[in-house]
Write a protein that binds this ligand. Structure first.
Ligand SMILES: Nc1ncnc2c1ncn2[C@@H]1O[C@H](COP(=O)(O)OP(=O)(O)OP(=O)(O)O)[C@@H](O)[C@H]1O
Ligand SMILES: [Mg+2]
Length: 310
């Protein structure tokens, strides 16, 4: 089983307002709501790939219940812990006239270490050897900065492979517990090393040195439209970005993580994991908001993925 952990989920509300103006009444011309948060996005993509996952994390209030119901309607298994407070709603305002994207994000729930430890204990009681745990995204207020380090250690002890997709100090801390795979983008990897890494070669060198220093089996460095690097112990593959019409790049990395988890669980070769994840990333940017791409689109893109050893 793949478990996705979203400690700080959100209901993503995307609205369209032509010519958005501050200090004035604006009319919404289109809107949609999607359950969001990076782990939840991963679960949605895994579902589109025809595989199962269990989405876990922390939810609260009516917004939390709405997220849970929406996931269940998508036939995604859920194991959330409900706590006091209201899960945040993140409002994205798209202005098709001025081509702007404005985000208004609520603060969300504050958690205690007891809540986090309770959820971790619940997850550990379910984990079997060979399960995959995806830890993704930001942490709610009140979480210790080494939360991901604690979770990586505990899940590994239970025999699971851990994929960590976080940034800044959350990644820096979690990485020290040697997760199986991390997927920084080029900016996140640059921030970790303290220098702006511009070329695939420079990114490869930095990732390889992290891999050795922290004993991480796999690192995937995504580079937006420029594609991604895939490092294993013995090789590095560079997959070029696919040229596709771009609607929204939000969640492209989550699609890559979903594909990597699915490929790992089904024992796919590295080449097949590269094809699937690059196609998933590209298919995602063709969709608006955090909508997950359809498998038919992903399947069509797979043979177009160009990659070579670096
Ligand atoms: N403009 C684009 N055109 C084509 N493919 C893209 C584009 N942007 C992203 N992708 C695909 O998606 C993958 C992941 O993108 P990116 O590096 O932007 O992830 P990210 O920054 O982690 O995203 P997020 O955290 O918002 O989910 C890329 O490796 C690529 O395959
Ligand atoms: Mg990302």
């Amino acid at each position: 089983m793949i478990y996705t952990v979203t400690l700080n989920p959100a209901l993503d509300k995307t609205v369209e307002i032509p010519s958005l103006t501050v200090d004035s009444v604006n009319r919404i011309t289109a809107m949609r709501t999607d359950p969001g948060g990076k782990g939840i996005n991963v679960s949605k993509v895994i579902r589109k790939l025809g595989r199962e996952s269990t989405a876990t994390g922390i939810l609260g209030g009516n917004t939390g219940r709405a997220i849970c119901a929406a996931l269940e309607a998508m036939k995604i298994k859920t194991a959330f812990r409900f706590v006091e407070g209201e899960t945040r709603t993140n409002l994205k305002v798209i202005d098709p006239v001025n081509h702007t994207n404005t985000d208004l994000n609520e603060p969300g729930i504050t958690v205690s270490e007891e809540i986090l430890n309770g959820l971790l204990a619940e997850l550990l009681s379910k984990l079997r050897k060979g399960d995959i745990v995806v830890l993704s995204g930001s942490l709610p207020k009140g979480s210790p900065v080494n939360t991901y380090g604690t979770w990586v250690n505990a899940c590994k002890k239970a025999g699971a492979k851990v994929i960590l997709d976080a940034d800044g100090e959350l990644l820096a801390n979690g990485m020290q517990a040697s997760p199986y795979l991390i997927k920084p983008n080029n900016h996140e990897l640059s921030a970790l090393t303290g220098e702006t890494l511009k070329t695939p070669d420079a990114l490869k060198k930095a990732a390889r040195s992290l891999m050795q220093k922290y004993d991480i089996a796999r690192i995937v460095v995504s580079m937006g439209g420029a594609g991604a690097l895939y490092l294993t112990e013995h090789e590095t593959i560079y997959a070029e970005g696919l040229k596709v019409p771009v609607k929204s790049t939000v969640g492209a990395g989550d699609s890559v993580v979903a594909a990597l988890a699915a490929a790992e669980e089904s024992g796919k070769s590295l080449a097949d994991a590269v094809r699937l994840s690059a196609a998933c990333g590209a298919a995602n940017v063709m969709c608006s908001g955090t909508q997950a791409a359809e498998y038919a689109v992903i399947k069509e893109l797979m043979p177009r993925v160009v990659f070579h050893k670096l």
